[in-house]
Design a protein around this ligand. Structure first.
Ligand SMILES: Cc1cc2nc3c(=O)[nH]c(=O)nc-3n(C[C@H](O)[C@H](O)[C@H](O)COP(=O)(O)OP(=O)(O)OC[C@H]3O[C@@H](n4cnc5c(N)ncnc54)[C@H](O)[C@@H]3O)c2cc1C
Length: 415
């Protein structure tokens, strides 16, 4: 079987590694001409870390990210309200990692190129359209440098092309704009002194829904006795509704936009985290609207499916976007591996495996999208809020620790 993946992001690259493990031929088509370590910090939850460890990436992850030990909830003055153990400290068999998104993407890219060959990822190649017949999917491409159009055929196309997915737009042409929560996020990174355990994520709640988050993301910097701190300000500025403007991950912000909000967290200046110094450190500040979409009634059709943000963009409040993309990738490979040799290439069998994957992941990820919305507006006791989130997203410790492996070889053994 031959699979084309649109998008060499976190989900697309994990899918490439997983499908290759299942003995499937994969090419990843990436729109940008050079994959650079863009973005700031993200979190990988234990359910995703388990999958990456099973893909043989455990050592690389441990050398790159920080194994988060706790989430510490505070008031606007830094007074601690509630501490929640995370990852291995919470009893999971796998850690939670806080990690730079770009470093994670490069780590995955290196593994794909090493295992599948340099030609497995074609950069500067934008997927613009596709047609399907009973034998194959024909994918239309545009070379970003020359504008030249070309085509590739395969048994299957996976749209892992993120928030502004071209594959999703082609499958669901009448969908409206992204849905904005009304919250604007300001994000950046800065080197600072280590705080709390050195593996703590801080969530500080100010008045009117203003929230500040900070967590260290670099093991290399930790080894020098310092912290590379990822920080985020969540600022409610409008009523929720359809997004009118752009949602660009790389949009720069003027630090002056944050000064008013900083006043509210003034008590932090002499505290264990010097918040004004973090923000005023001179590093780039990125601005992004917190958006999602309502879950789709169906994801794909025929020989085409979706994965990650292309399938289910979600608010980052539960720190689950990258993790859900990784689990999608693993379930997709597991289901395709489970088809067995005889079924390869037959449209009915391909669609059967894709339907099983889509049904399983659509239900699970719709629950996460909803739980993130609930969490954003939650004002209950913090322990209840986080427990409810874990239950709603199926992330209870016993449930994950007891679940069977999603490695493709496990699917083959089950056939
Ligand atoms: C540049 C960038 C920076 C980001 N920074 C952050 C961040 O700081 N914090 C955070 O929480 N999340 C960030 N994200 C989003 C985060 O990576 C995802 O929410 C999550 O990891 C799910 O991954 P995904 O693979 O579904 O999508 P993504 O990681 O967004 O990957 C999608 C990939 O598809 C490519 N692509 C898009 N359209 C096409 C097309 N038509 N043809 C071919 N390729 C296409 C994109 O260039 C990208 O490489 C960022 C995404 C990008 C693209």
């Amino acid at each position: 079987m031959k699979v084309l993946i649109a998008g060499a992001g976190i989900g697309g690259l994990t899918a490439a590694l997983s499908l290759a493990e299942a003995g499937i031929e994969v090419t990843v088509l990436e729109s940008v001409r050079e994959i650079r370590p863009l973005g700031v910090g993200i979190n990988l939850q234990p359910h995703a870390v388990r999958e990456l460890i099973e893909l043989g990436l455990g050592e690389a992850l441990a050398a790159t990210g920080i194994a988060t030990a706790e989430h510490v909830y505070t008031d606007e003055r830094g007074g601690i309200l509630f501490r929640e153990p995370r990852g291995a400290a919470a009893g999971y068999h796998w850690p939670q990692y806080s990690i730079h998104r770009g470093e994670l993407q490069l780590l995955l890219l290196e593994a794909v190129r090493e295992r599948l060959g340099q030609a497995a990822v074609r950069t500067g190649t934008r997927v613009v359209d596709f047609t399907v017949d009973s034998d194959a999917v024909c994918v239309q491409l545009v070379d970003r440098a020359s504008g030249v159009r070309s085509e590739l055929t395969a048994d299957l196309l996976v749209g892992a092309d993120g928030l502004h997915s071209a594959v999703r737009a082609r499958l669901h042409p009448s969908e409206g704009p992204l849905l904005w929560s009304g919250v604007r996020m300001y994000r950046g990174t800065a080197e600072a002194a280590t705080f709390l355990t050195g593996r703590s994520a801080v969530i500080a709640q100010g008045a009117g829904g203003l929230t500040f988050l900070a967590y260290p993301i670099s093991q290399r910097v930790a080894e020098r006795g310092r912290a590379l701190v990822n920080w985020v300000f969540q600022v409610p500025i409008a009523e929720p509704g359809p997004l009118a403007g752009e949602a660009d991950w790389n949009s720069p912000a003027d630090p002056a936009e944050l000064l008013d909000h900083l006043d509210q967290f003034d008590g932090w200046r002499d505290h264990w985290l010097d918040l004004p110094a973090l923000i005023g450190g001179g590093g780039p500040i990125l601005r992004f609207p917190m958006v999602d979409r309502d879950p789709l009634p169906s994801w794909g059709a025929d020989r085409v499916t979706l994965l990650g943000d292309a399938a289910h963009p979600m608010y980052p409040v539960g720190a689950n976007g990258a993790s859900q993309a990784i689990v999608d990738a693993r379930v997709l490979a597991y289901r395709l591996a489970g088809m067995g040799e005889s079924a390869v290439g037959q449209l009915a069998d391909v669609r059967g495996a894709l339907t099983t994957y889509e049904q399983e992941r659509a239900a699970a990820t719709a629950a996460v999208v909803e739980a993130n919305r609930v969490m954003l507006s939650a004002d209950g006791a913090l322990s209840t809020v986080t427990d409810d989130y874990r239950r709603a997203t199926g992330a209870e410790v016993e449930r994950l620790n007891g679940r069977a492996s999603l490695a493709p070889r496990a699917a083959r053994n089950a056939v």
